[in-house]
Structures are given as C-alpha cells and as structure tokens.
Design a protein. Structure first.
Length: 201
C-alpha cells in the first residue's frame, strides 16, 4: 500500500477535493451562523427597547392622570386660575415627553340621588370638555348616591422614536376617579372664560 493511499484513508479530506470537498471545510462556520442569527438578535433588542420606551410613557401618563385628579379633589372650589395652574403642572409632570401631544380633561360628576351620574362641570386641555348635564358611565360603587367624584383623563399620542416596529402612533389613555377630600361637591367658579385650555407658552 502506497503512502498516499494510506494517508487518504486516514484523512478523507485528501480524497475529496474541489466542490465535493466543501462539506469537509468548516472554516468560517461561526461567522456564517452569526450572520444568520444577527438580524434576529438585533430585531429582538430593538423591539425590547421600543417596548421599554412605550412602558415609560404609559407610566408617565398614569402618574400625570393620578396627580391631576388628586390635586383637583383636594380643593373645595376651582377657579380659572386653579385650572390653568393644574394643567401647567401636568405639562411639567409629562416631561421629558412633549406635553403638547397630550390631551387632558377634568370633570366633576354628580349624582343627585337618582342614580344617574351627570357632568356638573368640565374643563379640558387640547380636547373638548363635556357639556353640563351629560350622563357619564362610571364603574359601580365609585360614586355614592347622592354624591360626586372628580374624573381625570389623559390621552397621549406616542410616536415611535425607532421606527419600523410600531407602524402608527400608539394612543395611551388613562383615567382616575377621586372623591372630593374637603366637600361633598367641588364648586367651579368661573369668570366667563372658555373651559378649554391650551399651552401657555
């Protein structure tokens, strides 16, 4: 047996050359595997980043809505200046997100004892306010009869900063109900101004 034949039997790579020998060549396998899975890993990473950003905005909307309703519920009367200050405070609470993408509404819902909650007054920021006397559906047990509650609502349009994952703007909404702290029903004192507010700067 020649030395070449013996060597070929011991090492099949010497027997198969050219195109058929590619199956024995494992050089660069790791690079090929990485090239195949890298796009998937990048998509998963960017998707996780996008989800975390969306969750941060959602928490900020929730925090702003709760604070807006709580501040209102602590008052016994609400003036135009009070309302302007509360919406201005909400703008600050929405930072670092653009508060002008948010719409807000504060309403006093009253049940006169007939079991039908109706709007007593309503003020809004960049969205329509409820008309006085409009019936509002509230969760059972939230409002006593007779009694009143403060309803705070915030809506925020979230646009993806990364792009490609969220095809359109995501609408994040939240609402909170608060019972007045100091009085049975919070009065709204107005000097005739419109009940729709806008950014002051």
């Amino acid at each position: 047996m020649s030395g070449k034949t013996l060597l070929s039997r011991l090492n099949p790579r010497l027997k198969w050359r050219g195109v058929r020998g590619i199956r024995y060549n494992q050089d660069g396998v790791s690079a090929v595997e990485f090239a195949l899975i890298a796009p998937i890993l990048i998509l998963i990473y960017l998707g996780a980043v996008e989800l975390s950003l969306l969750m941060r905005v959602d928490r900020r909307v929730t925090s702003t809505t709760a604070s807006l309703g709580d501040l209102t519920a602590r008052l016994s009367t609400v003036t135009d200046d009070d309302m302007e200050e509360m919406f201005a405070a909400a703008e600050v609470m929405m930072q670092p997100y653009d508060a002008q993408k948010a719409t807000m509404r504060i309403s006093s819902i009253v049940d006169d004892g007939d079991g039908v909650p109706k709007v007593d007054w309503s003020d809004s920021y960049m969205m329509p306010a409820y008309n006085k006397g409009v019936k509002i559906d509230v969760p059972e047990g939230i409002i006593s009869s007779p009694g009143s509650i403060i309803l705070a609502e915030v809506v925020y349009e979230y646009d993806s900063k990364l792009g490609g994952f969220l095809k359109s703007a995501q609408t994040i909404t939240d609402e909170f109900y608060f019972r007045p702290r100091r009085v049975t029903e919070i009065a709204r004192v107005t000097n005739g101004k419109n009940n729709s507010f806008a950014p002051t700067s």
